[in-house]
Design a protein around this ligand. Structure first.
Ligand code: FAD
Length: 345
């Protein structure tokens, strides 16, 4: 018996991208369940947001979670963003009757007949004309390669498994990454750790003033300009900047978020640092499962073509023969000398 169900579109993932896609399908006249389905393997609404650490309160996020057609208003800034945004996404799904099917794990996407795609899931098979692959980055976070990483004896963590700052009490911690998560981790961890070091590829760019609608449009325009040229998008903070709020100002004053030094250690593991939360990056959880001709280009091919590829954001635009990028230490903070940045190495 053939239990394959036929639809016009399958949306994989009910995060911000998947819900926005489903909203626009509805607006174009497609009916959920009849014409399209949204499949998500997480336990509840919220996409990646439902997994954010409790200390990431709503007041700390930079507000780019908005969904089309329904704003999030009057949220309590002291509430964990995992709760606020999951509630918002939940309301959104119900308001627009998107009928997200969960937990449904998409295991593979294959070529079907007549130009259709076969979507193999934990809840049976779907045949579809179109696929929106909105699986996000959370499930398979990107771990950059650093020389000596294999022999580093301390613990290495990724933001996706950030346990909160208490876990770092009394330790020396390197935070890699100059985005919102990196700075938030640093500010929190510095209050508990023996010492912190901040490492980024480029000097951080701080932004004065609110990130309002115009600033949002300008940021999106910058991304669009690059993508339309076939260039890889840069990091989020390279277009939004890091908000110079009270916490960040305090961090700079305390030396936790020191400004850049011209130091680029080749081996970031030297010095016996104990914990090493890695920065996050784009990666496509389902990329490898798509039929070959629909797959995003492999890193080397993308690099040769000078295009971004979703597997390894850090290799973007580099030729395969380029030497590995060096890390740049931008600040060290030793709790034994409160208020003063430690000498840079
Ligand atoms: C650590 C971190 C902190 C961030 N902080 C902020 C912030 O402060 N402010 C901000 O605006 N943005 C922030 N972002 C960015 C924001 O999370 C993302 O831009 C947004 O979540 C991306 O939405 P998405 O829909 O692409 O992916 P996601 O939200 O990750 O949703 C993807 C969905 O796909 C589902 N899925 C994945 N694979 C499968 C599969 N095989 N089968 C079925 N379902 C699947 C997942 O369950 C998930 O629900 C942060 C991102 C990270 C990683």
């Amino acid at each position: 018996m053939n239990n394959t169900r036929e639809v016009e579109a399958v949306v994989i993932g009910a995060g911000q991208a998947g819900l926005a896609g489903a909203f626009h399908l509805r607006r174009a006249g497609f009916e959920p369940d009849r014409d399209f389905v949204v499949l998500d393997h997480s336990p509840g609404p919220g996409g990646a947001w439902q997994f954010r650490w409790p200390s990431l309160t709503y007041g700390k996020v930079h507000g780019m979670h908005a969904l089309p057609g329904m704003e999030l208003t009057d949220a309590d800034p002291a509430r964990p963003s995992a709760e606020v945004i999951s509630d918002y996404f939940d309301r959104y799904e119900r308001t627009f009757d998107l009928r997200v099917r969960r937990p449904v794990d998409v295991r593979a996407v294959r070529e079907g007949s007549g130009g259709r795609l076969l979507v193999e899931t934990s809840d049976g098979m779907w045949s579809t004309r179109a696929l929106i692959n909105a699986t996000g980055t959370w499930d398979r976070p990107f771990w950059p390669r650093y020389p000596g990483q294999e022999t580093f004896r301390g613990q290495q963590l990724h933001t996706a498994r950030y346990p909160g700052p208490e876990e770092f009490a009394g330790q020396r911690v390197v935070v890699v990454g100059g985005g919102a998560s990196g700075t938030q981790h640093l500010l929190e961890i510095a209050a508990y750790a023996a010492a912190t070091t901040w490492v980024t590829r480029r000097p951080p760019v701080f932004r004065e003033g609110p990130f309002d609608e115009n600033a949002g449009r300008a940021a999106v325009a910058l991304v669009e300009e690059r993508v339309r040229q076939g260039l890889p998008p840069r990091s989020v903070v390279s277009v939004t900047g890091l908000p110079l709020n009270d916490a960040i100002r305090q961090g700079i004053e305390d030396g936790v978020l020191d400004r850049p030094a011209d130091v680029r250690p080749r081996h970031a593991h030297r010095g016996g640092l104990e914990r090493w939360p890695a920065c996050r990056c784009r990666r496509h959880p389902l990329g490898h499962r798509l039929p070959a001709r629909r797959r995003p280009p492999r890193p080397a091919a993308a690099a040769r073509a000078g295009r971004w590829h979703p597997y390894r954001g850090h290799a973007r635009g580099r030729r395969p023969s380029d030497p590995p990028r060096r890390l740049r230490t931008v600040g060290q903070h030793d709790r034994s000398e409160p208020g003063r940045p430690r000498g840079r190495t």
